[in-house]
Design a protein around this ligand. Structure first.
Ligand code: HEM
Length: 392
């Protein structure tokens, strides 16, 4: 198999931009209409998730060994879309038809054979992993909404009860989808695992976000959601030993960090925890009551709200990290950060300048979308393992 030929041919095809997924999906749905219901209800205008990744990954088949872990995760994760082993040849056919269409007279019998073989190898890793995962997890969990509170115009706190226990660790993220929307988005539960298995999600409706808007504006108690297996370890306590913690949260990035507080409480350990919670204005502290209750219950916990915009200082924005660094020296602690990409970058830069080292800073990968942009990192830098998830 000539891998450089595969890569070259893929970059020629990819240069056709949005035409490529359009052709791919038309071909797939025409020949195999049953696959349509696996994809989001509204695909118009959505950024393509599958086709670009598919071409890129398959044309990097020479790295299939380094990519094995990523592809196994991807294969197991594909069960949440309802994908079965028999669907792989259908996607393979649509991929080859798309390549043939865009390559025109540059399409050769050798290329056809190389693409088919490469797709076969990648599919094999994914389907075997999906089969192995069957013994461990269901493809998805059905969960009922048992609580839905609008805490701000665009923020809702949902309580969910999965039909079967969904095991996770505080700080991990779980996939969430509404059956009517069928797109998936990852959220970190705001609680440590509870005996009754319920989960609390903090959701901000993102502009244009089909899932988040549905969860905030279009859901009620009694509705059912689908959940997918937990992912990520960047925000878990696994690599923090027994050290004291500094937690920096902004917006609904509070969720996984509140879960960590609950986890520390459940461990009964003697760590000290300082939680700085940022919001643009006072009215945006949507979880004040729960935080007050935690702070009142645990003497080892201190919670500091940080209002970003100060009317007396127009044009300046105060991040939780700015306040924390002004308050003290936390270099003996592990620091967990969750918020927007900007907030995380700002925090990491400020902490690094102040002498904190990378090993004590914990956060999600920037721009992380599980198995989404991650594929580019996984493919181009197979050794990168900075994967984590969380609510934004
Ligand atoms: C070699 C085989 C395949 C590879 C490398 C692959 C790769 C990917 C990747 C990287 C994503 C993005 C995931 C995310 O954003 O969370 C994705 C999404 C998806 N894949 Fe696959 N895939 C493969 C085969 C299949 C097959 C056989 C099906 C079944 C028809 C399928 C259905 C989907 C669906 C429904 C999505 C979600 C699309 C969306 O939300 O827009 N994939 N795939």
């Amino acid at each position: 198999m000539d891998v450089s030929r595969l890569k070259r041919s893929w970059s020629l095809v990819a240069a056709h931009g949005d035409q490529v997924p359009l052709y791919f999906y038309s071909t797939l749905f025409l020949a195999y209409p049953e696959t349509r219901q696996m994809f989001p209800t509204n695909m118009a205008g959505q950024r393509d998730r599958l086709v670009t990744a598919l071409g890129h990954i398959v044309s990097q088949v020479d790295q299939v060994d380094q990519l094995a872990g990523y592809l196994q995760g991807l294969g197991a994760d594909h069960r949440k879309f309802g994908v079965q082993a028999e669907h792989y040849p259908a996607v393979g056919e649509a991929l080859v038809a798309t390549l043939r269409h865009f390559l025109g007279d540059q399409w050769t019998e050798e290329l056809a054979q190389d693409w088919t073989a490469a797709y076969g190898l990648v599919s094999k890793v994914m389907t075997e992993a999906a089969q192995a995962a069957e013994a461990v997890n269901p493809p998805w969990w059905v969960a009922e909404i048992t609580g839905h509170e609008r805490r701000a115009f665009d923020v809702a706190v949902l309580t969910l009860r999965p039909q079967y226990l969904l095991p996770f660790t505080a700080g991990q993220s779980i996939g969430v989808s509404h059956p009517a929307v069928r797109a998936w988005r990852y959220y970190s539960p705001a609680n440590a695992p509870r005996p009754d298995g319920t989960l609390e999600l903090h959701v901000r409706a993102a502009p244009g976000g089909a899932v988040s808007s549905r969860l905030v504006y279009g859901c009620a108690v009694g509705d059912q959601l689908h959940l997918a297996a937990p992912v990520g370890e960047g925000l878990t306590l696994w690599s923090a030993g027994s050290s004291d913690l500094l937690l920096l949260a902004a917006g609904t990035g509070l969720a996984p960090l509140r879960a960590l507080v609950e986890q520390v409480a459940a461990e009964g350990s003697h760590r000290r925890v300082d939680l700085y919670v940022g919001a643009r204005s006072r009215s945006e502290f949507y979880d004040g009551d729960a935080l007050d209750k935690l702070a009142a219950s645990y003497p080892w916990l201190r919670v500091t709200p940080v209002v970003g915009l100060d009317l007396n200082r127009p044009g300046e924005f105060v991040h939780p990290v700015d306040r924390a660094l002004a308050d003290g020296d936390w270099r003996s602690r592990h620091v967990f950060i969750c918020g927007s990409d900007d907030m995380v970058s700002h925090s990491v830069a400020a902490l690094t300048r102040s002498g904190y080292h990378a090993g004590q800073l914990h956060h999600e990968g920037l721009g992380q979308h599980w198995y989404g942009p991650a594929w580019r990192t996984a493919v181009d830098r197979p050794a990168a393992t900075d994967d984590s998830g969380g609510a934004r």
